[in-house]
Design a protein. Structure first.
Length: 264
């Protein structure tokens, strides 16, 4: 997968070149390109914004500058893919959706990112992320590329407003990139995690010391009885989900709640 990020604060995205994601980019399953939007300006002041048509506070990012940047990045050839990855669907499941790039625009007015959306994006070959600042990007940019048949995803990462799309882009990229084969240290840990296949929140985890400040985990965890431990953890996950995220309980497939027993 290749991810291109366009921003007026390229240094904000340098974190991607560190840690887990950073390791995956050196000849791994992930290529990342960070681009300064001002590269596509032509005036002396490298202007990227202007006052809103129709009035209102703040500034809006100019469609013409964004158009030059996205024309270039969206038409770039898809990343070369080694043969063994021909049908690599990654943890996102399913075959790759082919090389057509997806234009992702982080925005407070977008659809909220979910694990399902991350899994879908993890099957793509090329993501182009447009990070807005100020009051956002001129709405005609998303409209234009959608009308040209580009898949445009305006994504929110939650119901709050940030100063720009960069922090949201980091969240979206991490949620997607960690699903790619070879990026996550232990692929098994993708299975039992909050918002994973079970649709439940993750059960509470513990490690040594067994007794800490007078607190100890449920004795079942020390029993060595794996069926009993599996059932305890399922019950803990259900209880935690019901308490903290009742909205997730209503979406659950009842059959998935018994899978812990069947897996025993
Ligand atoms: N849902 C998180 C989120 C994403 C993007 C923005 C944003 C703010 C200003 C300009 C451009 C994007 N705000 C919140």
């Amino acid at each position: 997968m290749r991810i291109d990020v366009v921003t007026i604060f390229p240094d904000y995205l340098r974190a991607l070149e560190l840690s887990l994601i950073g390791r995956a980019t050196t000849g791994g399953p992930l290529e990342i390109g960070i681009h300064d939007l001002r590269k596509w300006t032509h005036d002396r002041h490298r202007t990227v914004d202007d006052t809103p048509i129709g009035g209102g506070a703040g500034m809006v990012m100019k469609p013409d500058v964004w158009g030059e940047a996205l024309d270039e990045l969206l038409s770039a050839p898809p990343p070369a893919r080694p043969d063994h990855e021909a049908d690599q669907g990654g943890q996102g499941g399913g075959p790759s959706q082919g090389g057509a790039p997806v234009l992702i625009i982080p925005t407070p007015s977008g659809e909220v990112l979910t694990q399902r959306i991350a899994e879908d994006l993890a099957t793509r070959e090329h993501l182009v992320m447009a990070c807005g600042r100020y009051e956002g990007i001129d709405a005609r940019v998303a409209e234009h590329y959608a009308s040209r048949g580009v898949e445009v995803r305006e994504l929110s990462i939650g119901d709050y407003v940030l100063n720009g799309g960069e922090a949201a882009a980091l969240v979206i990229i991490e949620a997607v990139a960690r699903l790619l084969p070879g990026v996550l240290g232990n692929p098994d840990s993708v299975v039992e995690e909050s918002h994973g296949a079970s649709g439940l929140l993750e059960y509470p985890v513990h490690t040594r010391p067994v007794s800490w400040r007078g607190l100890e985990p449920d004795p079942a965890l020390l029993s060595g009885d794996h069926g009993r431990i599996r059932r305890l953890r399922r019950d803990q996950a259900i209880a935690r989900t019901a308490q903290r995220r009742p909205d997730l309980i209503s979406r659950l497939d009842p059959a998935s709640l018994d899978s812990a027993d069947r897996a025993a």
